[in-house]
Design a binder for this molecule. Sequence first.
Ligand code: ZN
Length: 181
Amino acid sequence: MPVRSIVVVPHGALDSKAAEVTNIDEQIRKRALDMADTMYKAPGVGLAANQVGELLRLIVIDVVYPYAEPQDKKKNPLFIINPAICSSDGEVCKEEGCLSVPEFEIDVKRAACIQVEGVDLDGKPLRIEADGLLARVLQHEIDHLNGTTLLDHASALKRNLYRRRLKKTTRRFTDPSWSSF
Ligand code: ZN
């Protein structure tokens, strides 16, 4: 399965709301498998379709694989189409990073436990109750589907500093004299 490129800020797909998937066909399944390969390769614990430039409500998560011992590593991606949080409880603040917002980590307040509904790749209804890292990743990926990134959780000051840093880095990488070092 081909690995897709992960888009980074300020790519427009990251600020856009993804559309409901109405038809679960071979094409959607193929996209989902490509997304899983992209997530494992990154490596990351979750990926939303917006992050590969597709405005579809489709996410993939595996919070076990990256932390498993080499002999226990088994890919077991959780695919959710049209995920929606139907209930939540508690509050936890923890540091998060994002493959689409490189070199940026901030503390984000999230619900401690959530219940998510959606459908799987066969169109069967799914209901997931999660806490810990899975609850956090689910909320992070559903944020992406709504066009929200970590930058939107940051203070205006932090956001502006990051954007300024981003511009400088882009300039540096595109400057031919720099690349000749
Ligand atoms: Zn992210």
